[in-house]
Every structure is written in C-alpha cells, then in structure tokens.
Design a protein around this ligand. Structure first.
Ligand SMILES: *[C@@H]1O[C@H](CO)[C@@H](O)[C@H](O)[C@H]1NC(C)=O
Ligand SMILES: *[C@@H]1O[C@H](CO)[C@@H](O)[C@H](O)[C@H]1NC(C)=O
Length: 234
C-alpha cells in the first residue's frame, strides 16, 4: 500500500513537471506545407500554447499573416485586405489554444508563407514567425481511386483526398443505386471522402464502364471509371 502511494506521488510530480515545461514557452503545432486545389478550400489545423500565468485573462486576438498583411483574424470588426475579404476566418477557439484557420476560394497567389500571431492584452503577445505554413496550390484535381466488387450485388467505391473537411466534395455516379458517403481523417490536415454505390446488376450492365464524377467546392471536377466484369461461374 505504501509503495503504491509513493508511486502515485512520484507520478504526480513528474506530470506536474511536464506541464510546467509545456506551459513555460510559446509553442505551436501547424503543418508546414499543405497541397490544395485552386478554387477549393482549406482548413489549416493549428494548436498553440502560451506561458502559464496567474493573471485572469479574458481577451485573445489572433492573426494569421503573410508578411505585414493580415489574412485572417478572430477580430470580427477588422476589415481584411480586399484580397482576403469574405473568404478567410479563424474558426478555432483561441482561448482554448485552437488557432485553426479556414480559407475559401483558394487562389494561385495564396501560397504564403503564412504565420500566426497571438495577442493576449492582459498577458503577452507572440509571433510564431518561424513556424510558417505554405500552401502548394495545384490546378487539376487528381482522378479518384476506384474499386468494384461483384457478388449478387455490385459494390463500387470512389475515393478522393482533400484538405477541406468543412465542405467535402460531392459525388455523382453514372448508374443508379444506393449511395453512401463517408469522410475520414488521414492525418492532421488530409481527409479522404469515399462514396459507395450498391445496386443489383442487369445483364446489360456488364462490360460497361461505371463512372464516378467528383465535384469539389469551387466546382472543379474529376472523373474515374471502372469496368464491370461478370464473375465467371465455373
Ligand atoms: C479546432 O477547431 C476546429 C474548428 O474550427 C475543430 O474542427 C478542431 O477539431 C479543433 N481542434 C482541436 C485540437 O480541438
Ligand atoms: C463513362 O465514361 C466513359 C469514358 O470516360 C464514357 O465513354 C461513357 O459514355 C461514360 N458512361 C456514362 C454512362 O456516362
């Protein structure tokens, strides 16, 4: 019993020491590079920590910047430069350390590098100028990854990756059937969305391509195709 108590107190001291280290410095976790489709949107995930204080804080002002230009803020009264007006906002809750930024209608000029600045008037301010985010803007979406399985029913899937979980792509199929769409987080900034189509095939459906068209926010499209092969019955 004594041993367990001793262990627990050692563990607690260690945990406290660790949180002290964590809270002594300004820290940020942002991806350094994100590929993004032109005209589409991007959610830039961001988490930051500020040095611990005993002061009571009630104001947090966050800014994403490119050079001297403010490109996003949580400060609603602030008018952004025309270039970013109405298509950029900080959606994270700054007081809980979330500095996530969303950018819509991505342009080829939106490459950055971008960095985050936090102002806590009752405490301190800090610019994370070393932790920049660069957007690699590309023009042509990659075709979807497709699969098909034929049993009594046809089950086909059509999958794309993207960086905008708040507005996932839309799917359309060249054949009718039951459709289901699912999104999955692949890593901190990359998501995949998969559409699954299920239907009972007719004779005329075989040896015909089954097409899937994907439309991204901003209206760019990409298409994939699979051939429906009849399972040989031996
Ligand atoms: C940060 O906020 C965004 C909403 O803008 C949310 O989707 C995300 O899960 C939050 N991240 C964390 C680590 O809480
Ligand atoms: C599917 O795509 C192929 C090749 O891209 C095209 O020839 C065919 O007409 C399309 N089928 C349908 C039903 O849209």
């Amino acid at each position: 019993m004594m041993d367990l108590k001793l262990w627990l107190s050692i563990l607690m001291v260690c945990a406290m020491a660790e949180s002290q280290i964590l809270r002594k410095d300004w820290l940020i976790d942002v991806p350094s590079r994100i590929p993004v489709l032109q005209s589409s949107c991007v959610v830039i995930p961001c988490v930051y920590f500020y040095p611990k204080t005993k002061k009571i804080l009630n104001r947090w002002r966050g800014f994403w910047k490119r050079g001297d230009t403010i490109v996003a803020s949580n400060f609603l009264n602030l008018r952004l430069a025309n270039e970013f007006h109405m298509r950029s906002r900080i959606t994270g809750t700054l007081q809980s350390g979330n500095c996530t930024w969303q950018l819509y209608g991505v342009r080829e000029t939106d490459t950055g590098p971008f960095y985050f600045r936090i102002e806590i008037p009752q405490h301190k301010s800090f610019t994370f100028s070393k932790n920049t985010v660069t957007l690699n803007v590309f023009r042509v979406p990659k075709p979807p990854t497709m699969s098909v399985a034929v049993q009594d029913e046809v089950t086909a899937t059509c999958k794309v990756t993207h960086v905008c979980p708040s507005s996932p792509p839309k799917f359309s199929w060249s054949h009718s059937g039951i459709r289901k769409t699912k999104s999955k987080k692949e890593n901190k900034w990359l998501w995949s969305t998969t559409s699954t189509l299920t239907f009972t095939p007719q004779e005329a459906d075989f040896n015909m391509p089954l097409n899937c068209t994907v439309t991204f926010p901003g209206k760019k499209t990409t298409k994939g195709s699979v051939l429906l092969i009849k399972k040989s019955t031996k």
